[in-house]
Design a protein around this ligand. Sequence first.
Ligand code: PHE
Length: 336
Amino acid sequence: MDIQSLKKEIESEGEKIKTASELASFKAGYTGKKGSVTLLFEGLKEIKDRDEKKEKGMQINALKNLVEEISALKEKELISLKRAEELKDIDVTLPPHEAAQGSLHPINLVMDSINSVFMRMGFTIEEGPDIELAEYNFTALNFPDDHPAMDMHDTFHMENGYVLRTHTSPIQIRAMLKRQPPLKIIAPGRVYRRDAVDASHSPVFHQVEGFMVATDVKFSDLKGILNVFTEEIFGAGLKTRFRPSFFPFTEPSAEVDVQCVNCRGKGCKTCKSTGWLEIMGCGMIHVNVFKAVNYDPEKYTGFAFGMGVERVAMLKYGISDMRHFFENDIRFLKQF
Ligand code: PHE
């Protein structure tokens, strides 16, 4: 067949291609090992005249290019046909499935908002280990050796003098051992006590500790800062009061009450008709604590406070049972 008719044939055969296998045999038929274009190339050897040979070669090459062009075009076409076939039963106008979105746990939410209130007042966040030296959890905090808190009934004791920290106060010790005053630290974390689970107890719960040490820190500084805190967390207009209390690591010590968030002081079930809710312990850091970390108690004074995050969250959201926080029922968690 002469080149001109072969060209026509290639063009019309190319038009007819409808499937991948037709495309494959098209390619094989012309440019494969035994393809007619390939055979033409072989025939070139026979031609003696250089110019004729060159001219013929160029023509055959053009045929080969044509086969390749048509093949590439058809291949693209076949791919998009296949895509269209696959999509034909899919309704792209259907609304999408709603993806379930997670949310922060209420304890984290409350912890974050407590932290941020204090950060705005210049406190920085610091953390400590859950598995703590009994030395830091108790001794350095001025607990006497026979203090009942150290009893097997209250504390999870580990090996080699370690305990699961029963409060966040050992972070005070770690911070003071590491650095010199002034310190203004807020320390959130998980704490552990051997308590049976009920509506207001759990062996694991959360605390936020705060403390400040400098050359002239007074009890009135503590009061001012805690007043800002209760207003920010529970809303403006609720009063706070400080009742004398006792902790080994603070002197004087106080319990902080806020006016009942539910009845605003009138007296109701939430506050057991007292009008007040206990929200944290606090006090001026004990001289013996300063001695334990080699701070000069003549030079420095400081305050510390600690609160239970679950309790704050329960009061803030009106939750009556602490177990909700740990059961992780989606219907509960979704509400925050
Ligand atoms: N660590 C105390 C507790 O767990 C709370 C507290 C912290 C009291 C700091 C005074 C100062 O009950």
